[in-house]
Design a binder for this molecule. Structure first.
Ligand code: BGC
Length: 812
C-alpha cells in the first residue's frame, strides 16, 4: 500500500494520507539552523547542536507518536482544524504534504477554506520561515480565528527533560508588537535568545503553556482556541510557549498570506541589552524584516531551489529506470547531505541528545556529498582529525557546537582511524586539492601538538599495525564498525551501557578480520596517496604492512567457505562454521572481497556465494546467520537483540553496499544490482505499510528473515547507508569514479542493461558520458572516446576548462 507518490519533476514526495505508518519526516536547513518536520508538522528546531541549543521542545516516545511541533489552529465557527491534520485530527476535505529539498509544504482544506503552509529555513538564515496562505474557495465572506503555536525548549535538551525542580522556575519571555521572544537564562550566562514573529498586527498572544491549553488538555484541544480568544498570558517559569492570535476575514475567492518567523539570535556580551532587562532585538528585527512579505519569502524559496538545482546537477543519471534515477538524482543525494549535517544526532530515532558527530560515521558520510560541497567536506575533515589522539586513536564522537571530542558513547573503537584515510582521499580525488594534507591539525584539539593532516593519516595507518593481536590481525578494541560486537565487554549489569562500560582489554586476544580487510582497502589508498605525493619510502613501508596483512588474512582469517569475522577474548573463532550460531557475518566478507583478498585462489567467489546462500533474503542481506537466540556474554550487545533485528541478523543496510561493491570487484553486476534494488527505498514504496519508514530515504535497518516481522524498517534518515549506497551505485555499478588523474570509467552492470547516460561535473568540466553495452557483458570497458577521440585507458583526462565534453564508452 502507498501513502503518496513521487513527483520527480518537482523533486518532491507527495503524501496524500496523513496516517502514514510512522511519521514521515523532512529536514529544513542545511548549515546552522535546522528543523525536523513530519508530514503533520510535528518536530522541532535547533541551532547547530540538537543537544545544547534546542529551540523548540519535542517529546520522543510519546503517545500518540509525534506530539509537538509548529502548529496552526484554525477556528471556523465551532470547527477547529489544522492544515496538517494533526494535532486537531479534525477530518479534512483534502490533505497533502509535499516534502522537497529542505522545504515542506502542507496543505489542508476544510469547508471551502484552503490553508497552505510552507516551511523552510532560507539559506544563510538562522530561522525557520513559515508562510501560511489562507484561501476562501466559497461564495461567502468568511471570518477565521488563527492561532499559531510553538513550545520553547529550555535550551539544553537533556536537562530540559529531567531537571524540573529548576526548569519550572527559569522560563522568561518578552513580547513586543507581533514578536514573542524567548529569553530563558539570557540574564546570566547565555547570550542567545529565540523569537517567533508574524508579519501583521496580532489580536492577542499567549506565552504560558498551561493558560493556552488548560492543564488537562492535549495539543488537540487548546483551551484558548476552543474559547476563541487569546488570554495574553505572560510566562513566568513553568513552560513558555509562543502563540499568536489573528483574526482574518476573507471575501469570496480571496487569499491572504501570513508570514511567521521562528528564529535564533546570538549577541555579543556587551550588546546583550537594549535597556535594563530588555533584550537587544536588533538582529531579530533584521531577520524578520528580510521576510516580512510573501514575495520576499517566495524569492528566498527560489534561492533555495537554485541552490539544490546546482547541487543536484553535479551527478545525474538517465537510465530509463525511473526508480533508480529518482534515487540517484534526487533522494539519495539529498539524504547524503542530511547525514552530513547531522551525523547520527537528530532524527525521529535519534533524540539529538545521545550522539553528536561520529568519527567513523562522518568520514563515511563524506563519500556521499563530497562532490557537492567540497569546501564543507574539507572543513569537516579537519574538524574530525582535530579530535584524534597522537597515537592515531580517537574520540568516537564530538559535539558540533564546541567541536571537542568526548567519550559519551564510548571510545577505543579500533576501526575509527582507518576511516580518516577514506574521507581524506575521497576529498582529494574529487577536488585535486592536495594542500589539505599540509594543514596543521591539532591532536585532541590541542594546537600546541598540531601536525600535518598527512601525519594524521600516517598515525591512523600505524594505529592498526601498532595494535595487532596474537594472529597478527588487528585488535578490535571496544568494537569495530559493528558497535554491538563487544568482545571485551562481559557485561552482566543491565544498568551499564555496552558502549561505555569498562573493557577488559588486558589479556584480550579479540581481533577483527573486518578491520583487517578495511586496512587492506584503505592501506592501499594510503600507499597510492604516498606515491602521488612523492613519499616513496613511506609507500614501500606501508606496502609491506598491507601485504603482510593479506597473508595473515588468508592464513588466519579464512574459514574454508568464507572469511571469519573475528577472534574473541579467548582466541576462539567468531563467524565460523564451527560456531553454533553466528557462523557467518557480512562485514568481514564485504571488506575482504572489496579488497579482493585471495581472489586468484577463488576465496572471494566462495565468500560471495556463501553470503548469497546464507545471508541473502528477500529484504536484503542480513548481518549474520544463524541469528543469536541467547545472550552470549563474550559477544555483548549483538546478542542482546531479538533475532532478526538490528545487529543480530537484521538487514543492516549500511553494509549491504560492501557486498555490492565486492560483487562488482568480482565482476558480478547482476548480483550487485539485485542487492541494490532489495533495500532501495523507491523500490519498496508499494509495501510502505510493511516497510513503515519513508519510501524516499534509506533506513538503517530492515528486519531480517529471522525476525518476527521481516521487512519492517527502522531508524530512517541518519545512517551511513545513504552514502554507501550512493557510492556503490554511482562508483561501482554505474562505475563513474573520481581518481587523482581523471574520471575512472569502470561499470559493472547487469548483462541485460543496454545503455545509460551520466552527466558528471568534475574538476571544472562537464562530462556527458554515454555507456553502451552491445555485447551484453557485465564488466569490461572495450573502448572509451572523449570528444570523438579514442583514448588508451578508461581514465577520462582532466580538462579543468569549464567546458562540456562528450565521453562515449563501449563495454565488451
Ligand atoms: C552507528 C555506527 C555503527 C553501526 C553499527 C550505527 O548506529 O552509528 O557507527 O557502525 O551502528 O553498529
Amino acid at each position: 500500500m502507498k501513502f503518496g507518490h513521487f513527483d520527480d519533476a518537482g523533486r518532491e514526495y507527495v503524501i496524500t494520507n496523513p496516517r502514514t505508518p510512522w511519521p514521515w519526516i523532512n529536514y529544513l536547513g542545511n548549515e546552522d539552523f535546522f528543523s525536523l518536520i513530519s508530514n503533520t508538522a510535528g518536530g522541532y528546531s535547533f541551532y547547530k547542536d540538537a543537544k545544547f541549543r534546542r529551540i523548540t521542545r519535542y517529546r520522543y516516545n510519546n503517545v500518540p507518536m509525534d506530539s509537538g511541533g509548529r502548529y496552526f489552529y484554525i477556528k471556523d465557527g465551532d470547527t477547529v482544524w489544522s492544515p496538517g491534520w494533526k494535532p486537531c485530527k479534525t477530518d479534512l476535505d483534502s490533505y497533502e504534504c509535499r516534502h522537497g529539498m529542505n522545504y515542506t509544504r502542507i496543505t489542508g482544506e476544510k469547508d471551502g477554506i484552503k490553508a497552505e503552509t510552507l516551511f523552510f529555513v532560507p539559506l544563510k538564515t538562522w530561522a525557520e520561515v513559515q508562510k501560511l496562505t489562507l484561501t476562501n474557495n466559497t461564495s461567502k465572506t468568511r471570518k477565521l480565528k488563527i492561532f499559531s503555536f510553538a513550545e520553547w525548549c529550555l535550551w539544553n535538551a537533556a536537562t530540559d527533560m529531567e531537571n524540573f525542580q529548576r526548569n519550572f522556575s527559569t522560563g522568561e519571555v518578552e513580547t513586543e508588537g507581533s514578536v514573542i521572544y524567548h529569553k530563558t537564562e539570557y540574564k546570566e550566562r547565555r547570550n542567545h535568545y529565540a523569537y517567533y514573529s508574524v508579519n501583521v498586527p496580532i489580536s492577542g498572544f499567549d506565552t504560558d503553556r498551561e493558560t493556552f491549553f488548560g492543564l488537562y488538555n492535549g495539543f488537540d484541544e487548546p483551551r484558548v482556541v476552543l474559547e476563541g480568544r487569546a488570554r495574553n498570558s505572560e510566562a513566568h517559569g513553568w513552560s513558555p510557549i509562543a502563540s499568536h492570535y489573528l483574526e482574518v476575514e476573507l471575501k469570496p475567492g480571496e487569499s491572504e498570506d501570513l508570514v511567521f518567523v521562528l528564529g535564533y539570535v546570538e549577541n555579543i556580551q556587551e550588546g546583550k541589552w537594549e535597556s535594563k532587562n530588555i533584550i537587544n532585538k536588533k538582529k531579530a528585527k533584521e531577520t524578520i524584516a528580510r521576510f516580512d512579505t510573501a514575495p520576499k519569502v517566495d524569492a528566498a524559496l527560489e534561492d533555495l531551489r537554485n541552490y539544490w538545482d546546482n547541487l543536484l546537477s553535479i551527478f545525474t543519471i538517465d537510465s530509463g529506470e525511473k526508480k533508480l534515477d529518482r534515487m540517484v538524482n534526487i533522494w539519495n543525494q539529498y539524504q547524503c547531505m542530511i547525514t552530513f549535517c547531522f551525523s547520527r544526532s537528530a532524527s525521529f530515532f535519534e533524540s539529538g541528545i545521545g550522539r553528536g558527530m561520529g568519527f567513523r560515521d562522518s568520514n563515511q558520510d563524506l563519500i556521499g556529498f563530497v562532490h557537492q560541497i567540497p569546501d564543507r567536506a574539507r572543513e569537516r575533515i579537519i574538524d574530525i582529525a582535530s579530535t584524534q589522539f597522537p597515537d592515531g586513536g580517537c574520540y568516537h564522537q564530538y559535539q558540533p557546537l564546541n567541536k571537542r571530542g568526548n567519550n559519551d558513547i564510548g571510545g577505543g573503537f579500533n576501526d575509527d582511524p582507518m576511516w580518516l584515510i577514506l574521507g581524506t582521499t575521497s576529498y582529494i580525488k574529487e577536488t585535486g586539492d592536495f594542500s589539505i594534507l599540509d594543514e596543521q591539525v591539532p591532536f585532541d584539539n590541542d594546537m600546541s601538538v598540531a601536525r600535518s593532516l598527512f601525519d594524521h593519516l600516517t598515525v591512523s595507518f600505524d594505529h592498526v599495525i601498532n595494535n595487532l593481536g596474537p594472529h597478527g590481525l588487528p585488535l578490535i578494541g571496544r568494537a569495530d564498525w559493528n558497535d554491538c560486537l563487544n568482545l571485551n565487554c562481559f557485561s552482566e549489569d543491565p544498568d551499564e551501557s555496552f558502549q561505555t562500560t569498562e573493557n577488559k582489554t588486558e589479556g584480550s586476544r579479540a581481533e577483527s578480520v573486518m578491520i583487517a580487510g578495511l586496512f587492506v582497502v584503505y592501506g592501499r589508498d594510503y600507499i597510492e596517496l604516498c606515491r602521488k605525493t612523492g613519499r616513496q619510502d613511506e609507500a614501500e613501508r606501508a606496502s609491506r604492512h598491507v601485504n603482510e596483512m593479506i597473508v595473515t588474512i588468508k592464513k588466519h582469517g579464512w574459514d574454508g567457505g568464507w572469511f571469519l569475522r573475528a577472534y574473541d577474548f579467548f582466541g576462539n573463532k567468531v563467524g565460523s562454521k564451527d560456531n553454533e550460531e553466528g557462523k557467518i557475518f557480512i562485514e568481514s566478507n564485504g571488506w575482504c572481497t572489496m579488497a579482493g583478498i585471495g581472489s586468484d585462489e577463488g576465496l572471494c567467489k566462495k565468500a560471495l556465494d556463501a553470503v548469497k546462500e546464507r545471508l541473502d533474503c528477500s529484504h536484503g542481506i542480513v548481518l549474520n546467520n544463524p541469528a543469536f537466540t541467547k545472550y552470549y556474554i563474550e559477544y555483548g550487545e549483538i546478542s542482546s537483540y531479538p533475532v532478526g533485528y538490528k545487529e543480530n541478523a537484521g538487514v543492516f543496510c549500511h553494509n549491504n553496499p560492501w557486498i555490492m561493491i565486492g560483487e562488482t570487484v568480482a565482476g558480478n553486476g547482476g548480483r550487485a544490482w539485485k542487492y541494490y534494488r532489495k533495500i532501495c527505498p523507491s523500490y519498496l514504496e508499494d509495501i510502505s505499510e510493511l516497510h513503515k519508514t519513508e519510501p524516499y530515504v534509506y533506513s538503517q535497518m530492515i528486519a531480517g528473515k529471522d525476525a518476527f516481522n521481516p521487512g519492517e524498517a527502522k531508524n530512517s534518515w541518519l545512517t551511513g547507508t545513504a552514502a554507501w549506497n550512493f557510492y556503490a551505485v554511482t562508483q561501482y555499478i554505474l562505475g563513474i569514479r573520481p581518481g587523482y588523474d581523471g574520471l575512472i570509467i569502470d561499470p559493472c552492470i547487469p548483462e541485460d542493461w543496454k545503455s545509460y547516460r551520466v552527466t558528471r561535473k568534475f574538476r571544472g568540466s562537464i562530462y556527458h558520458i554515454e555507456v553502451t553495452n552491445p555485447a551484453s557483458v557485465s564488466k569490461g570497458v572495450k573502448e572509451v572516446s572523449v570528444d570523438g577521440e579514442i583514448i588508451k585507458s578508461n581514465v577520462v583526462p582532466l580538462f579543468e576548462d569549464g567546458e562540456n565534453h562528450t565521453v562515449k564508452v563501449i563495454l565488451g
